[in-house]
Design a protein around this ligand. Structure first.
Ligand SMILES: *Cc1c(COP(=O)(O)O)cnc(C)c1O
Length: 489
């Protein structure tokens, strides 16, 4: 399988390895996408319906990663190593509540959020290619929350990768989940008063300094990385088979949506032949709802909500969704995206929009509804929802009250994080804290980070750490050189 850009073919085709080590976008701004989406027969669906999560990965990944790049036995090892890093042997499970409310819990992972699932496999693929090439890299990301902790968890104690994470102001548990990764290759810098945009301002000049970037083999790991979307395809097959093992009905997947990475996995699963409909459930940052619901792709200011992982006004993966449903109409995508980038506002042609609407619908809720949904689910089911999952469940409650015969009779809400990770939202909804072994474990672990002062030296500090890592490697030093976050070289 080769990968191509969504906006033009002038940059050629890329291997899977090139795709996952690239920043995810091409010089014209387009995103990488598989050249063709493999289609499954009804009989393979039926055959896969009783497979475990790991077995499904072993069937699905080879459709996107050529045998010439990763031979089958190596791919199977990669999957086994990735799944061994997850906490729950079955990976995910569906909880069935009353009135047909089903919740697919994708958060039984080390950082209590679904991003771990795709990040661990991506981390293992990276490790595999770097070991093969005996090459070291330094990955740098600025993050606000779940992406950072999932990436750290996936990459901690890997040889060949040093990982620098700039952490802006965020919640106490988010900090704990990241700062307790005390591994020699994890370098955390925390700016207690910084925003994620401030972090990007520090990183950008370093990443665009070509000579420096090449000298130190710098890379990044962001939410548009193809490897993450690929991992998320599996979630939909797994969840579908839990809901409908006979494979003869359409299942509605209700997805708490931010940058649309997760729902792009669903769209690809659908294109491959999985009988699903997709509902994007969003908070009051409703650009995705405006786009798919009203063909109004227009950005706005980000409003902070109690579901912070979905506070997004530039949902990068919408571009991949348009590519998928337009049958790869690059000229049209380029046109829509350049308008959006220039004016902050664009529309799709109505044929494409209608095509998307056949599969995708959307629903937006405000914070009060989220709190009310958390309270109602607790009262009726004694079941706690994280504030992201509650947005999907709010859609389901709306559907119960307003039945629509054209909507599938089986629905499942994807639970993207554990309620234990969001005590602030539980408190806001008037619920007790949710106990979690993982949170207790974080509290008992040592933590470390280096503090970033907002005094104009941030970029210098970042460059010094990068130079320190390269110097240590070149000197053959392999121990932990940064005890308590301070260089002891
Ligand atoms: C990242 C995240 C989302 C949004 O996923 P996208 O792929 O960005 O749409 C939803 N819920 C939680 C808990 C997340 O961490």
């Amino acid at each position: 399988m080769k990968y191509v850009g969504t906006r033009s073919d002038e940059f050629g085709k890329f291997s899977f390895e090139e795709a996952i080590f690239s920043p995810g976008y091409l010089p014209d701004g387009g995103l990488l996408i598989p050249e063709v989406i493999p289609e499954l027969s009804a009989s393979s669906l039926q055959e896969w319906s009783s497979l475990s999560y790991a077995q499904l990965c072993k069937k699905i990944f080879p459709l996107f990663v050529g045998e010439d790049e990763v031979p089958t036995s190596d791919l199977n090892d990669i999957v086994d190593q990735a799944v061994a890093k997850l906490k729950h042997p079955k990976v995910s499970k569906v909880t069935r509540l009353s009135n047909g409310l089903n919740v697919a819990e994708l958060f039984h992972t080390r950082t209590l959020a679904f991003k771990d699932l795709s990040m661990v496999t991506l981390g293992q693929f990276m490790k595999y290619f770097l070991a093969k090439r005996k090459k070291n890299i330094i990955l740098i990301v600025g993050t606000s929350g779940d992406t950072g902790s999932a990436a750290i968890e996936a990459i901690r104690d890997h040889d060949y990768i040093d990982f620098i994470v700039l952490v802006p102001h965020c919640s106490r548990l988010q900090k704990l989940s990241m700062f307790t990764a005390v591994d020699r290759n994890i370098h955390i810098f925390h700016g207690p008063n910084m925003s994620s945009d401030d972090c990007d301002v520090v990183i950008k000049p370093v990443m665009t300094d070509t000579a420096f970037k090449e000298r130190h083999e710098l890379g990044t790991l962001n939410s548009i990385n193809w490897g993450r979307v690929m991992g998320q395809i599996v979630n939909y097959f797994f969840t579908y088979f839990s809901m409908c093992p006979s494979c003869d009905k359409v299942v509605e997947m209700v997805i708490p949506t931010g940058a649309c990475g997760n729902m792009t996995g669903a769209c690809i699963a659908k294109k491959m032949g999985l009988p699903i409909k997709i509902v994007c459930a969003v908070n009051s940052n409703d650009i995705v709802h405006r786009t798919f619901g009203h063909n109004d792709y227009s950005t706005n200011e980000v409003k902070p909500t109690i579901s912070p992982a979905m506070d997004i006004q530039i949902p990068y993966n919408v571009e991949r969704v348009m590519w998928l449903f337009s049958g790869g109409d690059r000229a049209h995508i380029k046109d829509v995206m350049s308008k959006f980038e220039k004016d902050g506002k664009a529309t799709m042609d109505s044929v494409l929009w209608k095509k998307i609407r056949e599969t995708v619908s959307s629903y937006s809720v405000d914070d009060d509804t989220v709190k009310e949904t958390i309270r109602r689910c607790w009262k009726e089911e004694s079941y706690a929802l994280c504030p992201h999952t509650a947005i999907a469940v709010a859609y389901y409650y709306h559907k119960l009250a307003n039945p629509d015969p054209s909507s599938p009779s089986i629905s499942v809400c994807l639970a993207t994080a554990s309620p234990a990770k969001f005590p602030e939202a539980m408190e806001a909804a008037g619920l007790p804290d949710v106990a979690s072994e993982e949170v207790d474990r974080w509290l008992s672990l040592p933590a470390r980070f280096s503090k970033l002062l907002q005094d104009g030296t941030e970029e210098k500090v970042l460059r010094a750490r990068i130079e320190g890592i390269t110097a240590a490697r070149e000197a053959g030093l392999t121990g932990d050189l940064y005890e308590s976050g301070h260089l002891v070289l």
